[in-house]
Design a protein around this ligand. Structure first.
Ligand code: 13P
Ligand code: SF4
Length: 341
């Protein structure tokens, strides 16, 4: 039995909110978006949205991006209020980086299955077994877990962060086992000790679905998020040549956006949460984007709606605050990451 097997199963640690279908007409959507635009000015607010947000929420954002880009925006915005259209750990990161701002998360059900796989107490117990190790925490963790960590990282910079750590030091990589395996392969490090966490959405993106897609679309380019359940198998297939190294890429959500400008391909298979397709299709309407798994929907991300954003701007609630001492310690790990990228 591995030294982390006792943490399983993780499914009992979170409740998946239902994904509500919003039946607004185009005119109603437009009217809500206009009201949000006016209120945003009155409140001196900025709206930050993750790439997995509902299409109509992405459309009202001042900035849409990945976890890294959102952290950088939160750290540098001159606005007084940040409306965070994403999930709890992202809003916490914004609150840590901008303690003098009001950070709003329009729906408190916006959690994250991956971040709930490890608590600060569990990390402390795990660290005690490896006193010589450096702790690298994925940004998808609570502020308390970041406060127990040496470095933070996102999917966009995990390889850079790990490479900046002395090769002799073992690394406790928390909490995503798929990302940990991808980083171990990309850095060639044998001393990464992975926590067994995973995202319940990305885990369902399976190697069989990738192979089926490649069989049906032989010229398609494959863009895979490193949280996916298929990542280890796809990397092994790239290494043995059964997947083309010229047409298979392991990328963060923003990495997928950037990849488009360097690619001449017409068709792309997207291995991540389906919200990503909106931005890709918007920026390249002449190209074709197919989800590897069309069922890969993050229930937590979809709790944020136009109605929720409106309510938040009207009431300035719910606010996300991180206790001062936790924020101070977590910021050290986040700042170390931001210095590397
Ligand atoms: P990135 O957008 O940083 O690639 O991360 C994806 C994710 O899991 C957000 O929850
Ligand atoms: Fe968390 Fe997965 Fe949703 Fe991202 S997609 S917020 S990792 S549950």
């Amino acid at each position: 039995m591995s030294d982390t097997a006792h943490f399983l199963p993780f499914e009992s640690r979170y409740t998946l909110p239902p994904v509500e279908m919003i039946g607004d007409s185009p005119a109603e959507i437009l009217s809500k978006q206009e009201r949000i635009g006016r209120l945003k000015e009155e409140r001196n607010a900025v709206i930050l949205a993750h790439n997995y947000q509902r299409d109509e929420v992405q459309e009202i954002a001042d900035f849409v991006g990945d976890s890294l880009g959102l952290s950088q925006q939160a750290a540098s915005t001159p606005a007084e209020v940040i409306v965070f259209c994403g999930v709890n750990f992202m809003a916490e990161t914004a609150a840590i980086l901008s303690p003098d701002k009001t950070v709003l998360l329009p729906d408190l059900r916006a959690g994250c299955s991956l971040s709930s796989t490890i608590t600060a107490k569990e990390l402390r117990a795990w660290k005690a077994r490896y006193p010589e190790a450096v702790v690298v925490s994925y940004v998808n963790t609570s502020a308390e877990v970041k406060a127990e960590s040496d470095y933070c990282c996102t999917s966009a910079n995990a390889v850079k962060v790990v490479s900046a750590i002395s090769a002799e030091r073992p690394i406790l990589f928390v909490p995503d086992k798929f990302l940990a395996a991808a980083v171990a392969r990309q850095t060639g490090r044998a001393n990464i000790i992975a926590y067994p966490g995973y995202c319940h959405v990305h885990r369902t993106i399976r190697p069989e679905q990738v192979l089926e897609m490649m069989e049906e679309h032989p010229d398609i380019e494959l863009l895979i998020h490193p949280e996916c359940g298929c990542v280890t198998s796809c990397m092994a297939r790239v290494a043995d040549g059964t997947l083309s190294s010229e047409r298979t890429f392991f990328l963060s959500t923003e990495g997928m956006m950037r990849h488009l400008s360097n690619s001449t391909a017409q068709e792309f298979a997207i291995g991540t949460e389906v919200g990503m397709l909106h931005r890709l299709r918007k920026i390249s309407p002449d190209k074709s984007f197919l989800p590897v798994n069309p069922e890969a929907v993050c229930e937590f991300m979809k709790t944020i709606t136009l109605d929720g954003v409106l309510r938040s701007l009207e009431t300035l609630e719910p606010q996300i605050c991180v206790p001062q001492e936790t924020a101070r310690r977590a910021k050290i790990a986040i700042d170390r990451m931001l210095e590397i990228v």
